[in-house]
Unconditional design. Structure first.
Length: 270
């Protein structure tokens, strides 16, 4: 296996979680990895932790520069990526030990443009909550209506796909991943593997829990089928459907937040 896998982690003041993420990348059973961490000039001990690992593993490249958003940090990582396969993982998420070798084997068997696997959601206390499969509709308008219901940590791109599609849209701060998938679907294919690839840390402070309105306004700035999106209320509906089907588990506070947002939007439309 001679394929290089480039992995990007944007981070800022992530001292509590970054070490787990780093270890999950550098301790992969597949070793031919370029690991790029883009730090936004953290003021805590994040950079100290990063430098420690960088000194002991030449595969880790740390860039610490002020940026305006996670999207900008991701693009800095993309410009440095040399891999045949490219991925990103946030500073509070982590890979399964054999995730990368599984992805490389799939790529060698049949090269993909974009591959998405399963993700385990984990509570702040480290308790596994559930394993979710990505929502991948073959009907493109459905992506505009429902949005994207998969964490970025289980998404892998071919270098050729990134070359064809370009970088993430830096005008977007919260939903750059959905906009990127929509661009891919217009030119390339998104594949699925029924394998657990990563773990996603669930927190009340996540964008989806705190920034419903900002995220929805951002989505409405670039999607087609805006009227349908407004009627179905996008990813909030998708999340609620997953809860009622038993696929997704929320804390009571998160569930109330989603329900109130959904109901309020429906009332406004009336």
């Amino acid at each position: 296996m001679s394929k290089i896998v480039s992995i990007i982690t944007p981070c800022l003041n992530s001292e509590k979680t970054i070490e787990r993420t780093i270890v999950s990348v550098l301790n992969q059973s597949y070793q031919n990895i370029q690991y790029i961490v883009i730090d936004g000039q953290s003021s805590d001990k994040t950079l100290e932790i990063l430098k420690h690992y960088q000194e002991n593993d030449s595969r880790l490249l740390v860039i610490s520069e002020k940026d305006n958003s996670m999207t900008e940090a991701l693009n800095r990582g993309l410009r440095l990526a040399k891999g045949n396969i490219i991925a990103s993982i946030n500073a509070d998420d982590w890979y399964e030990p054999n995730a990368i070798v599984q992805v490389v084997k799939l790529y060698q068997a049949q090269p993909f443009d974009c591959l998405i696997g399963n993700t385990q959601f984990v509570s702040e206390l480290g308790q596994p909550l559930y394993i979710t499969k990505p929502w991948l509709a073959s009907w493109l308008p459905a992506w505009y209506i429902m949005g994207c219901l998969t964490p970025e940590s289980s998404v892998f791109y071919s270098a050729e796909c990134v070359k064809n599609i370009g970088h993430f849209n830096e005008n977007l701060k919260y939903t750059q991943d959905l906009e990127y998938y929509l661009r891919i679907l217009k030119k390339n294919n998104i594949s699925y593997t029924n394998r657990l690839l990563s773990n996603f840390s669930v927190s009340p402070n996540q964008y989806s829990a705190r920034l419903h309105d900002q995220m929805e306004l951002e989505v409405l700035s670039y999607i087609e089928y805006k009227s349908l999106r407004k009627i179905f209320v996008g990813t909030s509906l998708g999340s609620l459907l997953r809860i009622f089907l038993g696929i997704r588990v929320y804390t009571l506070k998160q569930l109330v937040s989603h329900l109130s947002y959904f109901i309020n939007k429906k009332l406004i439309l009336k």
